[in-house]
Design a protein around this ligand. Structure first.
Ligand code: UDP
Length: 480
């Protein structure tokens, strides 16, 4: 580190969906903007092989100091929601983060935390350094999230029972059924945790969002100029840093799936995956299998053991949140009898984990049936691959609505998969529309335009590049 270098420490909560963009943002800040970056990932005992591999793959240009998560088993009920568990875990880990920061040979000038790390603002205040939140989701979600404490005062009854969409000043309204998971039931303990989290996010000195200007002009404009929304985020600056995505490096990886894809015709394969932790029900798994078979289209399906209902069920569980060894009982056992044999010429089933970015960038992949996690969404867009939007949890329903109704790069089931099992005929129809239909062709054209926009945004002098330069400039002016 040189004396002129800005030193940024970035705290990440556990889970690939947050840690991956944190590492990628850190890498971008170090490589393109010459910052000294220390990543402080909070790591649980459930750390999967994929996550460990991820951590070791980011050693150039970055310092990574892993922080063991506090044991919360005695204070958080085992059936608490993921949001509650993560918030409690991050809060209880503050002393360990503080000790780490204070023992660093060179003290950071700036602290960045993801949306579960807001309790760590207290550390920034103790050290007298600015604190920024990195929203790994999009700007529309940021609008809803930060405005939730106001909705909490305005709306009577459950959000999901409202007749009209929820108005977020300056942004597109949010359909009641699309609200983020913690808003689904205001009587649940998670809701209070979520509102507190939203208030914490707004206390940061600024926000970095994993999006870019051309993708979400309306929501970004609202966060920057709408007086009501501005007052909610305390008139803090909003920087676009996206898309923060993993670069596809074709020479690096050759594995069984990629080798299988190499043998398939161009633009013929549907990739099916529900992120690092998404699970579906036994019944849904069977219908999805039958649907793929009926469609007669080629597929790669990352299969995980089913749960009672669609959920984020395997997120913090040892060995399951994205690890090739995560399925001791063999998830394929839940597929319809004979499915694997009948589809062996057109499909391949992978247990729990696959090299997603490599798959999406493969010439034979034509579409992505996705749970609409924001990282998966960005990876699909930046690979020019249209989607079947199958949202499960978190803010994925909003993402699905954005993809289908606004950006028009995805189709989706008529009824939310979290409300009703999607039948085999509907699955087959969506797959065929995407692979063979006119709709698929239109989506492909639009997604390629977004792909180019994304590339421009992060290239030198693109909007996200300039926004990061502004962030760095603002950091310097705050610490001088
Ligand atoms: N991922 C992967 N292989 C898999 C499943 C997931 O590489 O089999 C990666 C995926 O590329 C993405 C991340 O895990 O970068 C999942 O993040 P996302 O925001 O899409 O969903 P989450 O897992 O947080 O719900």
């Amino acid at each position: 580190m040189t004396s002129k270098q800005l030193h940024v420490a970035i705290i990440s909560s556990p889970g690939i969906g947050h840690l991956l963009p944190v590492l990628l943002l850190g890498h971008r800040l170090a490589t393109h903007h010459n910052l000294h970056v220390t990543i402080l990932p909070v790591i649980t005992t459930a750390t999967s092989p994929a996550l460990s591999q991820l951590l070791t793959s980011f050693t150039t240009n970055l310092s990574v100091i892993q922080i063991p998560a506090a044991d919360i088993s005695s204070i958080s009920p085992p059936d608490a929601s993921i949001v509650t568990q993560l918030c409690v875990m991050m809060r209880e880990t503050i002393p360990a983060i503080r000790t780490t920061v204070s023992s660093m040979a060179s003290r950071p000038h700036v602290l960045i935390g993801d949306i579960f790390a807001t309790e760590s603002w207290v550390i920034a205040e103790e050290f007298g350094i600015p604190k920024y939140v990195f929203v790994t989701g999009n700007a529309w979600f940021t609008g809803l999230f930060t405005y939730s404490p106001v909705l909490d005062m305005q709306i009577v009854g459950q959000y999901v029972d409202q007749k009209d969409p929820l108005e977020i000043p300056g942004c597109k309204p949010v359909r009641p059924e699309d609200v983020v998971d913690p808003m689904l039931n205001r009587d649940h303990e998670t809701y209070g945790v979520y509102i507190k989290q939203a208030i914490g996010v707004a206390l940061a000195d600024g926000m970095l969002i994993n999006t870019w200007e051309d993708l979400e002009p309306q929501s970004l404009d609202a966060l920057r100029t709408n007086e009501i929304l501005r007052s909610v985020i305390n008139h803090k600056p909003v920087y676009t840093v996206g898309p923060v995505i993993k670069r596809h490096e074709s020479h690096v990886l050759k594995n069984e799936v990629v080798e299988w894809l190499d043998k398939q015709p161009e633009r013929s394969v549907i990739y099916v995956s529900f992120g690092s932790g998404g699970t579906i029900s036994v019944e849904q798994m069977k219908e999805l299998a039958w649907g793929l078979e009926l469609s007669k289209q080629r597929f790669v399906w990352v299969v995980r053991p089913p749960t009672e209902q669609c959920s984020d069920g395997s997120f913090l569980k040892a060995g399951q949140s994205g690890g090739p060894d995560g399925c001791p009982s063999g998830p394929c056992g839940y597929l319809p009898q004979g499915f694997l044999t009948r589809t062996e010429k057109i499909g391949i089933v992978v247990s729990s984990w696959a090299p997603q970015v490599e798959i999406l960038n493969h010439r034979s992949v034509v579409g992505f049936l996705t749970h609409c996690g924001w990282n998966s969404t960005l990876e699909s867009i930046t690979s020019g691959v249209p989607m079947i939007a199958w949202p499960l949890y978190a803010e994925q329903k909003m993402n699905a609505t954005m993809l289908t109704e606004e950006l028009k790069v995805a189709v989706r089931p008529e009824v939310l998969p979290t409300k009703k099992v999607v039948g085999r005929e509907e699955v087959a129809r969506m797959v065929m529309d995407l692979v063979e239909g006119e709709e698929g062709k239109g989506m492909k054209v639009r997604v390629n335009i977004l792909k180019e926009d994304a590339k421009k945004a992060i290239s030198e002098n693109g909007s996200s590049y300039i926004s990061v330069c502004k962030f760095v400039e603002d950091c310097w002016s705050r610490i001088k």
